[in-house]
Design a protein around this ligand. Structure first.
Ligand code: SF4
Length: 199
């Protein structure tokens, strides 16, 4: 039976990190200046006709080390216009409601491109992912400040059914929708880093 939370969101995807530092510790999701370099359009060109689909993600306030600020975010609409002016695009139907990227196809048949607009068009209402870090902490939102320690319970001997019950209870009471609320939140709290979360 699917796990459904009180906002009707099913848990479809539970990502478990096996390493702490499972992403390179990088400036995660790039700010405006690199994306607007001329090389950005060359990158798009490079992958047209390649069979690979590029996804462009708005610069996100994940973690604490990427110096995010709203002014540095290049909206997807701006990127889309830049690409469309050169290589016309048309929207493609989503495959899943929970798919974060809005898909577009190049009208000349060169493939597809995706835009993930976490800042400009939050999709918390369709968010169906949870994560467990390598040290056994459950998070139901990428931008969580606090998680729930499952490892201690596992080491204390809970069995698989009890663990599923724990996760079901956590998911069921889940109310987070950080991106939708971002502009109304008080001063930013520390977030877990992406290299711990695993993406
Ligand atoms: S901000 Fe949190 S709830 Fe919203 S889409 Fe991202 S991970 Fe899901």
């Amino acid at each position: 039976m699917p796990l459904i939370n009180k906002r009707g969101r099913p848990l479809k995807d539970l990502r478990i990190s096996v390493l702490d530092r499972c992403n390179l510790r990088r400036t995660y999701r790039m700010p405006e200046e690199p994306l607007l370099r001329p090389g950005f359009v060359d990158l798009i060109e490079h992958f047209r006709h390649s069979g690979h689909t590029i996804r462009l993600i708005e610069f996100m306030d994940v973690g604490n080390v990427n110096q995010w600020n709203l002014e540095s975010v290049v909206p997807s609409a701006e990127l889309m216009k830049t690409i469309h002016d050169r290589c016309p695009l048309r929207p493609v139907a989503q495959q899943l409601n929970s798919e974060p990227a809005r898909r577009y196809a190049f009208e000349d048949g060169a493939g597809e491109i995706g835009f993930i607009s976490s800042i400009g068009q939050p999709f918390c209402g369709d968010c169906s992912r949870a994560r467990i870090t390598a040290d056994g902490v459950f998070y139901s939102c990428l931008l969580s400040t606090n998680g729930t320690d499952l490892l201690t319970k596992i080491r204390a001997g809970i069995d698989t059914d009890q663990l599923i019950d724990e996760i079901q209870a956590l998911w069921g009471k889940r109310a987070d929708r950080y991106s939708e609320l971002r502009s109304n939140l008080p001063a930013r709290q520390p977030h877990i880093e992406m290299y711990q979360m695993g993406g």
